[in-house]
Write a protein that binds this ligand. Structure first.
Ligand code: SAH
Length: 220
């Protein structure tokens, strides 16, 4: 196969990422795999990092933050079992990479970022790619986004000392929430399910995320 038939020069690398880093490592959810085959990860990092955008690692973005490793993104999304009709809350917009994938998988995405530069850049990128089902806001996501609650699903890409009560309160019933919880250095990925007023929490894996900084996160 010649690369010339691809209009996006990174498409070959992106499809290889999906096969080798995701499918062969146990990601089975075809909707997640298809969405990650479509979203151009290289457009969410600075131009000098574009050639590394499809490697098996997190990458630095602006303001000392990181875009998560593709496998972690896929594993979180597979566990979240998003439906096309879901309204999703994302905390920690960062580069907007996960936001774009969520926009492929759900009906509406609401995303909160505390750093103004990241918020603005992510909004520009995601809108330029043509996604029209995302609401961006600047603020402390440890308090959720009460204006649009409740949410069928929530995904937090920054680590919290515990599950913020505001997120529990803004989760629909039934609803699912995925969040890394632990210390600033090391955490466990938790999947909380709300059903008929009851919460069940499952530990998925060990992980390492940047801290969630805010009133219900870590101090500034
Ligand atoms: N999913 C993102 C990963 C971003 S890293 C991506 O695909 O690029 C986590 C992000 O959470 C950082 O941008 C950080 O600024 C943000 N963050 C940390 N605390 C926050 C808070 N209280 N509210 C909103 N965003 C927060």
């Amino acid at each position: 196969m010649s690369g010339e038939q691809f209009s996006d020069p990174f498409e070959v690398q992106r499809l290889a990422m999906v096969e080798l880093q995701l499918r062969q490592r146990g990601i089975r959810d075809e909707r997640v795999l298809n969405a990650m085959a479509r979203v151009p990860r290289h457009l969410f990092v600075s131009s000098e990092k574009q050639s590394r955008a499809y490697e098996d690692q997190p990458l630095e973005i602006e303001s000392g933050q990181t875009v998560s490793q593709p496998y972690i993104v896929a594993a979180m999304l597979q566990a979240l079992e998003l439906k096309e009709s879901d309204r999703v809350l994302e905390i920690g917009t960062g580069s907007g990479y996960l936001t774009a994938i969520l926009a492929e998988l759900a009906a509406q995405v609401f995303t909160v970022e505390r750093q103004v530069l990241l918020h603005q850049r992510a909004k520009e990128r995601v809108e330029q790619l043509g996604y029209r089902n995302v609401v961006f806001t600047l603020g402390d996501g440890s308090q959720g986004f009460p204006e649009h609650a409740p949410y069928d699903a929530m995904i937090v890409s920054a680590a919290a000392p515990r599950i913020p009560q505001a997120l529990r309160d803004q989760l629909a019933d039934p609803g699912r929430l995925i969040i890394p919880v632990g210390s600033e250095d090391t955490q466990q990925l938790l999947l909380a399910r709300k059903n008929q007023g009851m919460e069940r929490v499952e530990v998925l894996d060990g992980c390492r995320f940047v801290p969630l900084i805010g009133s219900q996160g870590f101090p500034v």
